[in-house]
Design a protein around this ligand. Structure first.
Ligand SMILES: *Cc1c(COP(=O)(O)O)cnc(C)c1O
Length: 389
Protein backbone atom coordinates (compact mmCIF):
# COMPACT_ATOMS: atom_id res chain seq x y z
CA UNK A 1 0.00 0.00 0.00
CA UNK A 2 3.02 2.25 0.36
CA UNK A 3 2.65 3.60 -3.19
CA UNK A 4 -0.28 5.60 -1.80
CA UNK A 5 0.39 9.10 -0.52
CA UNK A 6 0.83 9.76 3.18
CA UNK A 7 -2.63 11.24 3.82
CA UNK A 8 -4.27 8.26 2.13
CA UNK A 9 -2.13 5.78 4.08
CA UNK A 10 -3.33 7.37 7.34
CA UNK A 11 -6.76 5.89 6.51
CA UNK A 12 -6.25 3.10 4.03
CA UNK A 13 -3.73 0.81 5.66
CA UNK A 14 -3.76 -2.77 6.91
CA UNK A 15 -6.19 -1.72 9.66
CA UNK A 16 -8.81 0.09 7.58
CA UNK A 17 -11.24 -2.60 8.71
CA UNK A 18 -11.13 -5.54 11.10
CA UNK A 19 -10.58 -8.82 9.26
CA UNK A 20 -12.85 -10.75 11.69
CA UNK A 21 -15.88 -8.47 11.74
CA UNK A 22 -15.43 -5.76 9.14
CA UNK A 23 -15.51 -3.08 11.85
CA UNK A 24 -14.00 0.09 10.40
CA UNK A 25 -12.69 1.20 13.78
CA UNK A 26 -10.04 -1.10 15.27
CA UNK A 27 -11.76 -3.06 18.08
CA UNK A 28 -10.53 -2.36 21.61
CA UNK A 29 -9.32 -5.70 22.95
CA UNK A 30 -9.74 -4.90 26.62
CA UNK A 31 -8.20 -8.10 27.85
CA UNK A 32 -5.11 -9.00 29.83
CA UNK A 33 -4.86 -12.64 28.82
CA UNK A 34 -5.83 -15.02 26.01
CA UNK A 35 -7.27 -18.54 26.15
CA UNK A 36 -4.87 -21.29 25.21
CA UNK A 37 -6.38 -24.48 23.73
CA UNK A 38 -3.88 -26.82 25.38
CA UNK A 39 -0.42 -26.63 27.01
CA UNK A 40 1.40 -27.18 23.73
CA UNK A 41 -0.61 -24.93 21.43
CA UNK A 42 0.34 -21.27 21.62
CA UNK A 43 -1.82 -18.71 19.86
CA UNK A 44 -0.51 -15.48 18.40
CA UNK A 45 -1.32 -13.70 21.66
CA UNK A 46 -0.88 -14.97 25.21
CA UNK A 47 -0.69 -11.96 27.56
CA UNK A 48 -1.32 -8.29 26.78
CA UNK A 49 2.03 -7.01 28.04
CA UNK A 50 3.64 -9.21 25.38
CA UNK A 51 1.10 -8.43 22.68
CA UNK A 52 -2.38 -7.00 22.31
CA UNK A 53 -4.21 -6.74 18.97
CA UNK A 54 -5.28 -3.10 19.48
CA UNK A 55 -1.78 -2.02 20.44
CA UNK A 56 -0.38 -4.09 17.59
CA UNK A 57 -2.59 -2.27 15.08
CA UNK A 58 -1.10 1.03 16.20
CA UNK A 59 2.41 -0.44 16.11
CA UNK A 60 1.92 -1.62 12.53
CA UNK A 61 0.46 1.67 11.36
CA UNK A 62 3.28 3.79 12.82
CA UNK A 63 5.94 1.41 11.46
CA UNK A 64 4.47 1.85 8.00
CA UNK A 65 4.26 5.66 8.28
CA UNK A 66 7.86 5.98 9.49
CA UNK A 67 9.18 3.58 6.82
CA UNK A 68 10.40 1.17 9.51
CA UNK A 69 10.16 -2.59 9.98
CA UNK A 70 8.52 -2.63 13.41
CA UNK A 71 6.76 -0.25 15.76
CA UNK A 72 6.35 -0.37 19.54
CA UNK A 73 3.77 1.47 21.63
CA UNK A 74 4.49 2.54 25.20
CA UNK A 75 2.56 4.18 28.00
CA UNK A 76 4.25 7.56 27.42
CA UNK A 77 6.93 9.18 25.32
CA UNK A 78 9.31 8.85 28.27
CA UNK A 79 8.50 5.13 28.53
CA UNK A 80 9.41 4.74 24.84
CA UNK A 81 12.63 6.73 25.26
CA UNK A 82 13.67 5.07 28.54
CA UNK A 83 12.98 1.56 27.25
CA UNK A 84 14.95 2.25 24.08
CA UNK A 85 17.88 3.50 26.18
CA UNK A 86 17.90 0.06 27.82
CA UNK A 87 19.60 -1.13 24.62
CA UNK A 88 22.69 0.37 26.27
CA UNK A 89 24.84 -1.40 28.86
CA UNK A 90 27.04 -0.33 31.71
CA UNK A 91 30.15 1.43 30.42
CA UNK A 92 28.50 2.66 27.21
CA UNK A 93 28.46 6.33 26.32
CA UNK A 94 25.63 8.35 24.79
CA UNK A 95 26.08 11.60 22.92
CA UNK A 96 22.98 13.75 23.10
CA UNK A 97 21.49 17.05 21.86
CA UNK A 98 22.08 19.69 24.51
CA UNK A 99 18.65 21.28 24.46
CA UNK A 100 16.88 17.94 24.54
CA UNK A 101 13.45 17.45 26.15
CA UNK A 102 13.73 17.97 29.94
CA UNK A 103 12.50 14.48 30.78
CA UNK A 104 15.09 12.91 28.48
CA UNK A 105 17.80 15.02 30.15
CA UNK A 106 16.57 13.74 33.51
CA UNK A 107 16.54 10.05 32.60
CA UNK A 108 20.02 10.27 31.06
CA UNK A 109 21.65 12.25 33.88
CA UNK A 110 19.80 10.91 36.92
CA UNK A 111 18.87 7.35 36.02
CA UNK A 112 21.16 5.97 33.29
CA UNK A 113 24.19 7.60 34.93
CA UNK A 114 23.50 5.56 38.11
CA UNK A 115 23.73 2.40 36.00
CA UNK A 116 27.08 3.40 34.57
CA UNK A 117 25.92 4.78 31.21
CA UNK A 118 28.01 7.86 30.49
CA UNK A 119 26.72 10.94 28.70
CA UNK A 120 27.92 14.04 26.89
CA UNK A 121 25.59 16.83 25.83
CA UNK A 122 26.60 18.66 22.67
CA UNK A 123 25.21 21.26 20.34
CA UNK A 124 24.31 18.80 17.58
CA UNK A 125 23.92 21.60 15.04
CA UNK A 126 27.73 21.81 15.25
CA UNK A 127 29.00 18.69 13.46
CA UNK A 128 32.61 19.28 14.47
CA UNK A 129 31.54 19.37 18.13
CA UNK A 130 29.73 16.05 17.57
CA UNK A 131 32.86 14.46 16.06
CA UNK A 132 35.04 15.80 18.88
CA UNK A 133 32.74 14.39 21.56
CA UNK A 134 32.76 10.81 20.20
CA UNK A 135 34.52 8.36 22.50
CA UNK A 136 35.60 4.78 21.85
CA UNK A 137 32.63 3.62 23.96
CA UNK A 138 30.04 5.89 22.27
CA UNK A 139 27.16 3.59 21.36
CA UNK A 140 24.32 6.01 20.70
CA UNK A 141 23.90 9.46 19.20
CA UNK A 142 20.60 10.84 20.42
CA UNK A 143 19.09 13.65 18.38
CA UNK A 144 16.09 15.90 18.69
CA UNK A 145 15.53 18.08 15.63
CA UNK A 146 14.13 20.64 15.70
CA UNK A 147 15.05 20.68 19.37
CA UNK A 148 13.07 21.78 22.35
CA UNK A 149 12.53 24.67 23.05
CA UNK A 150 15.02 26.53 20.82
CA UNK A 151 14.14 24.67 17.62
CA UNK A 152 17.81 24.08 16.83
CA UNK A 153 18.28 21.98 13.72
CA UNK A 154 20.61 19.01 13.42
CA UNK A 155 21.71 17.63 10.08
CA UNK A 156 20.27 14.14 10.45
CA UNK A 157 22.01 12.50 7.50
CA UNK A 158 25.39 13.90 8.60
CA UNK A 159 24.98 12.81 12.24
CA UNK A 160 23.81 9.33 11.19
CA UNK A 161 26.89 9.06 9.00
CA UNK A 162 29.19 10.03 11.90
CA UNK A 163 27.44 7.46 14.09
CA UNK A 164 27.78 4.70 11.50
CA UNK A 165 31.46 5.41 11.03
CA UNK A 166 31.92 4.76 14.75
CA UNK A 167 29.60 1.77 14.90
CA UNK A 168 27.09 3.69 17.00
CA UNK A 169 23.31 3.82 16.64
CA UNK A 170 21.31 7.00 16.04
CA UNK A 171 18.06 7.57 17.94
CA UNK A 172 15.88 10.45 16.78
CA UNK A 173 13.05 12.02 18.75
CA UNK A 174 10.68 12.96 15.93
CA UNK A 175 7.87 14.33 18.13
CA UNK A 176 7.95 17.86 16.69
CA UNK A 177 7.84 16.82 13.03
CA UNK A 178 5.95 13.50 12.97
CA UNK A 179 6.40 11.25 9.91
CA UNK A 180 4.27 13.72 7.97
CA UNK A 181 7.16 16.19 7.79
CA UNK A 182 10.32 14.20 8.55
CA UNK A 183 11.36 10.52 8.20
CA UNK A 184 14.58 9.99 10.16
CA UNK A 185 14.84 6.29 9.26
CA UNK A 186 15.09 7.22 5.59
CA UNK A 187 17.94 9.59 6.48
CA UNK A 188 19.94 6.85 8.17
CA UNK A 189 18.62 6.76 11.76
CA UNK A 190 18.15 3.43 13.54
CA UNK A 191 15.34 4.23 15.96
CA UNK A 192 12.71 6.95 15.72
CA UNK A 193 10.91 7.95 18.91
CA UNK A 194 7.71 9.84 19.61
CA UNK A 195 5.78 11.31 22.37
CA UNK A 196 2.49 10.31 20.72
CA UNK A 197 0.87 12.40 23.47
CA UNK A 198 1.58 15.34 21.17
CA UNK A 199 0.74 15.67 17.44
CA UNK A 200 0.15 11.99 16.72
CA UNK A 201 -2.76 11.61 19.16
CA UNK A 202 -3.28 15.35 18.98
CA UNK A 203 -6.19 16.06 21.32
CA UNK A 204 -4.60 16.47 24.79
CA UNK A 205 -6.47 13.39 25.98
CA UNK A 206 -3.90 10.59 26.21
CA UNK A 207 -0.24 10.00 27.08
CA UNK A 208 1.52 7.57 24.76
CA UNK A 209 4.91 6.86 23.26
CA UNK A 210 6.08 5.15 20.10
CA UNK A 211 9.33 3.73 18.81
CA UNK A 212 10.02 2.49 15.30
CA UNK A 213 13.13 0.62 14.24
CA UNK A 214 14.74 0.14 10.88
CA UNK A 215 16.07 -3.39 11.03
CA UNK A 216 14.94 -6.81 12.19
CA UNK A 217 17.69 -7.39 14.74
CA UNK A 218 16.95 -4.12 16.55
CA UNK A 219 13.26 -4.98 16.36
CA UNK A 220 13.96 -8.21 18.18
CA UNK A 221 16.00 -6.50 20.89
CA UNK A 222 13.49 -3.71 21.44
CA UNK A 223 10.59 -6.17 21.41
CA UNK A 224 12.34 -8.10 24.17
CA UNK A 225 12.88 -4.90 26.20
CA UNK A 226 9.30 -3.72 25.71
CA UNK A 227 8.03 -6.97 27.18
CA UNK A 228 10.73 -7.19 29.85
CA UNK A 229 10.34 -3.63 31.13
CA UNK A 230 6.58 -3.66 30.64
CA UNK A 231 5.74 0.02 30.09
CA UNK A 232 3.23 -0.85 27.36
CA UNK A 233 0.36 1.23 26.05
CA UNK A 234 -3.09 0.09 27.22
CA UNK A 235 -5.68 -0.96 24.60
CA UNK A 236 -8.06 2.01 25.16
CA UNK A 237 -5.18 4.43 24.84
CA UNK A 238 -3.85 2.67 21.74
CA UNK A 239 -7.28 3.15 20.21
CA UNK A 240 -7.26 6.88 21.04
CA UNK A 241 -3.87 7.24 19.35
CA UNK A 242 -5.13 5.31 16.29
CA UNK A 243 -8.11 7.63 16.08
CA UNK A 244 -5.98 10.75 16.42
CA UNK A 245 -3.57 9.51 13.79
CA UNK A 246 -6.29 9.41 11.12
CA UNK A 247 -6.52 13.21 11.13
CA UNK A 248 -2.80 13.90 11.58
CA UNK A 249 -2.39 15.48 8.18
CA UNK A 250 -5.36 17.85 8.29
CA UNK A 251 -4.59 18.88 11.89
CA UNK A 252 -0.87 19.37 11.52
CA UNK A 253 -1.11 21.17 8.20
CA UNK A 254 -3.50 23.71 9.66
CA UNK A 255 -1.43 24.11 12.83
CA UNK A 256 1.81 24.46 10.89
CA UNK A 257 0.30 27.02 8.54
CA UNK A 258 -0.89 29.00 11.58
CA UNK A 259 2.55 28.67 13.19
CA UNK A 260 4.28 30.09 10.12
CA UNK A 261 1.94 33.07 10.24
CA UNK A 262 2.46 33.53 14.00
CA UNK A 263 6.24 33.32 13.58
CA UNK A 264 6.17 36.02 10.90
CA UNK A 265 3.92 38.20 13.06
CA UNK A 266 6.03 37.82 16.23
CA UNK A 267 9.28 38.27 14.30
CA UNK A 268 8.40 41.85 13.37
CA UNK A 269 6.89 42.78 16.74
CA UNK A 270 8.80 45.48 18.66
CA UNK A 271 8.19 43.79 22.03
CA UNK A 272 9.79 40.54 20.87
CA UNK A 273 13.53 40.14 21.06
CA UNK A 274 13.86 36.91 19.13
CA UNK A 275 11.75 34.23 17.46
CA UNK A 276 13.01 30.66 17.12
CA UNK A 277 11.30 28.93 14.22
CA UNK A 278 13.03 26.91 11.48
CA UNK A 279 10.76 28.49 8.87
CA UNK A 280 12.27 31.95 9.35
CA UNK A 281 15.10 32.61 6.91
CA UNK A 282 17.27 34.08 9.71
CA UNK A 283 17.02 30.82 11.70
CA UNK A 284 20.50 29.25 11.71
CA UNK A 285 19.10 25.84 10.76
CA UNK A 286 16.84 27.10 7.99
CA UNK A 287 18.72 25.49 5.07
CA UNK A 288 19.37 22.15 6.73
CA UNK A 289 15.77 21.91 7.90
CA UNK A 290 14.47 22.71 4.40
CA UNK A 291 16.60 19.89 3.07
CA UNK A 292 15.55 17.17 5.50
CA UNK A 293 11.97 18.06 6.42
CA UNK A 294 9.01 19.21 4.39
CA UNK A 295 7.71 21.90 6.79
CA UNK A 296 9.00 23.91 9.79
CA UNK A 297 6.12 22.58 11.90
CA UNK A 298 3.69 23.95 14.46
CA UNK A 299 5.97 24.83 17.38
CA UNK A 300 7.92 28.04 17.87
CA UNK A 301 9.46 29.87 20.78
CA UNK A 302 10.06 33.55 21.36
CA UNK A 303 11.82 35.80 23.80
CA UNK A 304 10.18 38.90 25.15
CA UNK A 305 12.37 41.98 25.53
CA UNK A 306 13.80 42.17 29.06
CA UNK A 307 11.75 45.21 29.97
CA UNK A 308 8.49 43.42 29.18
CA UNK A 309 6.90 41.81 32.20
CA UNK A 310 6.40 38.13 31.45
CA UNK A 311 3.76 37.70 34.14
CA UNK A 312 1.83 40.69 32.92
CA UNK A 313 1.94 39.38 29.33
CA UNK A 314 0.75 35.94 30.42
CA UNK A 315 -2.14 37.41 32.38
CA UNK A 316 -3.29 39.28 29.26
CA UNK A 317 -3.21 36.31 26.86
CA UNK A 318 -6.59 34.59 26.69
CA UNK A 319 -6.71 32.06 23.83
CA UNK A 320 -3.84 29.59 24.23
CA UNK A 321 -4.02 27.21 27.15
CA UNK A 322 -1.13 27.94 29.52
CA UNK A 323 0.18 24.46 30.11
CA UNK A 324 2.98 21.99 29.55
CA UNK A 325 2.68 19.82 26.44
CA UNK A 326 2.23 20.70 22.79
CA UNK A 327 0.87 19.32 19.55
CA UNK A 328 -2.82 19.59 20.31
CA UNK A 329 -5.92 20.95 18.60
CA UNK A 330 -5.81 23.97 20.91
CA UNK A 331 -2.84 26.34 21.05
CA UNK A 332 -0.65 25.77 24.08
CA UNK A 333 1.65 28.38 25.55
CA UNK A 334 4.29 27.26 27.98
CA UNK A 335 7.17 28.63 29.99
CA UNK A 336 10.10 26.23 29.49
CA UNK A 337 12.21 27.60 32.37
CA UNK A 338 9.63 26.48 34.92
CA UNK A 339 7.73 23.81 33.01
CA UNK A 340 9.30 21.42 30.44
CA UNK A 341 12.84 22.29 31.57
CA UNK A 342 12.27 22.58 35.31
CA UNK A 343 14.27 19.36 35.72
CA UNK A 344 17.35 21.30 34.59
CA UNK A 345 19.38 23.51 36.94
CA UNK A 346 19.38 27.27 36.23
CA UNK A 347 23.02 27.06 35.10
CA UNK A 348 22.36 24.14 32.74
CA UNK A 349 19.32 25.90 31.38
CA UNK A 350 21.00 29.23 30.74
CA UNK A 351 24.06 27.54 29.28
CA UNK A 352 21.66 26.12 26.70
CA UNK A 353 20.17 29.52 25.93
CA UNK A 354 16.81 28.80 27.56
CA UNK A 355 16.36 32.24 29.07
CA UNK A 356 13.88 33.34 31.71
CA UNK A 357 12.06 35.40 29.08
CA UNK A 358 11.46 32.54 26.67
CA UNK A 359 7.97 31.25 25.90
CA UNK A 360 7.09 28.29 23.72
CA UNK A 361 3.98 28.30 21.58
CA UNK A 362 2.45 25.20 20.04
CA UNK A 363 -0.05 26.54 17.56
CA UNK A 364 -3.43 24.86 17.30
CA UNK A 365 -6.35 24.95 14.90
CA UNK A 366 -7.86 28.29 15.89
CA UNK A 367 -8.49 30.92 13.23
CA UNK A 368 -5.21 32.77 12.69
CA UNK A 369 -6.91 36.17 12.93
CA UNK A 370 -8.16 35.34 16.43
CA UNK A 371 -4.71 34.23 17.53
CA UNK A 372 -2.95 37.32 16.19
CA UNK A 373 -5.65 39.53 17.69
CA UNK A 374 -5.23 37.88 21.10
CA UNK A 375 -1.45 38.43 21.05
CA UNK A 376 -1.85 41.98 19.76
CA UNK A 377 -4.25 42.85 22.59
CA UNK A 378 -1.98 41.23 25.15
CA UNK A 379 1.08 43.16 23.92
CA UNK A 380 -0.85 46.40 24.09
CA UNK A 381 -1.94 45.78 27.66
CA UNK A 382 1.34 44.30 28.92
CA UNK A 383 3.20 46.40 31.45
CA UNK A 384 6.73 47.34 30.56
CA UNK A 385 8.81 46.77 33.63
CA UNK A 386 10.76 43.85 34.95
CA UNK A 387 8.53 41.83 37.21
CA UNK A 388 9.60 38.22 37.03
CA UNK A 389 8.38 36.01 39.81
C1 LIG B 1 6.57 15.48 25.55
C2 LIG B 1 7.83 15.07 24.94
C3 LIG B 1 8.49 13.90 25.37
C4 LIG B 1 7.98 13.05 26.50
O1 LIG B 1 6.76 12.43 26.18
P1 LIG B 1 5.65 12.05 27.28
O2 LIG B 1 4.56 11.48 26.45
O3 LIG B 1 5.29 13.30 27.99
O4 LIG B 1 6.27 11.07 28.21
C5 LIG B 1 9.65 13.56 24.71
N1 LIG B 1 10.16 14.30 23.72
C6 LIG B 1 9.57 15.44 23.30
C7 LIG B 1 10.19 16.22 22.19
C8 LIG B 1 8.40 15.85 23.89
O5 LIG B 1 7.82 16.98 23.49
Amino acid sequence: MSNLSFDTRLLHNKHKFDSQTGAVSVPIYQTSTFHQINPDTFGKYDYSRSGNPTREALEEVIADLEDGVKGFAFSSGMAAISTTFLLLSQGDHVLISEDVYGGTFRVVTEVLARYGVENTFVDMSNLQAVKNAIRPNTKVLYVETPSNPLLKVTDLAAVCQIAKKHGALTFVDNTFMTPLYQRPLSLGADVVLHSATKFIAGHSDVTAGLAVVKDASLAKQLGFLQNAFGAVLAPQDAWLVLRGLKTLQVRLERSAQNASAMAAYLDQHPKIKHVHYPGLTHHPGYDVHQRQASHPGAVLSFELHEEISLNSFLSCITLPVFAVSLGAVESILSYPAKMSHAAMSVEEREKRGISSNLLRLSVGLEHIDDLVCDFENAFERTKSHIQLS
